[in-house]
Design a protein around this ligand. Structure first.
Ligand code: SAM
Length: 202
């Protein structure tokens, strides 16, 4: 069986009991460096996932008789590896275990419900900001090309009244949550790994 297990936002207190049990009963653990490091005292083999996705897929498909767990940050089905692996592995052999997404985590922290939320990402694409900013409540996973600064500029160039929430290093010791207007976000030099929430100004 191939498990794809969401680890939650980062701090291992957020891994589900089911996810943890499946991880430690696996023969092989596959994941990014940061995620593999969070799984301490694993007795089986660890394989690092980087830009070798195709080889990893071939490896998984030819070892599908083994107990393999692929670990992913947050929830694997929210801008994670779940989509690619679901398309390329026989679904009868696949068990996806949800994790707490960084998106869910930030909404709990700011006491805002996720009802009618529009979820999107800037990873590997040019976002359609006219469409994105037409929503009253948006959450965006970001990358090093498009993040809080670029989003703020897009809001200001359309003269929109929005509040921005930037959640950095969520669930880690250096977690930081900034709630500000776009013009204030532009005054902040840099942001670490983050998700951005865009809310209509009240
Ligand atoms: C490939 S996406 C994966 C999202 C993940 N599947 C989830 O549900 O949280 C990676 C992006 O998620 C966001 N992210 C993941 N973990 C985070 C954390 N602990 N703090 C802030 N942002 C995080 C960042 O925008 C990062 O660039």
């Amino acid at each position: 069986m191939i498990n794809i297990i969401g680890l939650g936002p980062g701090n291992d207190d957020y891994i589900t009991k089911l996810g943890e049990r499946l991880i430690y009963s696996s023969e092989i653990l596959i994941g990014g460096k940061r995620n593999l490091e969070t799984i301490k005292d694993f007795k089986g083999e660890k394989i690092e996932l980087a830009s070798n996705l195709k080889e990893i897929l071939e490896y998984i498909n030819s070892n599908a008789h083994k107990q393999i767990s692929v670990i992913a940050s947050g929830d694997p089905s929210i801008y994670g590896i779940g989509k690619y692996l679901s398309k390329n592995i026989d679904n009868k052999k696949l068990n996806i275990v949800s994790g707490i997404s960084s998106l869910q985590y930030i909404f709990s922290k700011i006491h805002v419900d996720m009802n009618d939320l529009y979820i999107t990402s800037s990873h590997g694409k040019i976002p359609d900001f006219d469409y994105i900013l037409s929503h009253t409540k948006v959450c965006m996973v970001t990358d090093n090309k498009i993040g809080p600064h670029e989003i703020s500029k897009e809001i200001l160039s359309r003269n929109l009244k929005k509040t921005i929430v930037v959640g950095e290093n969520l669930s880690y010791d250096d977690e930081k949550i900034t709630i500000a207007k776009p013009e204030e976000i532009l005054k902040i030099d840099k942001f670490d790994m983050n998700v951005v929430v865009i809310l209509d100004e009240k």
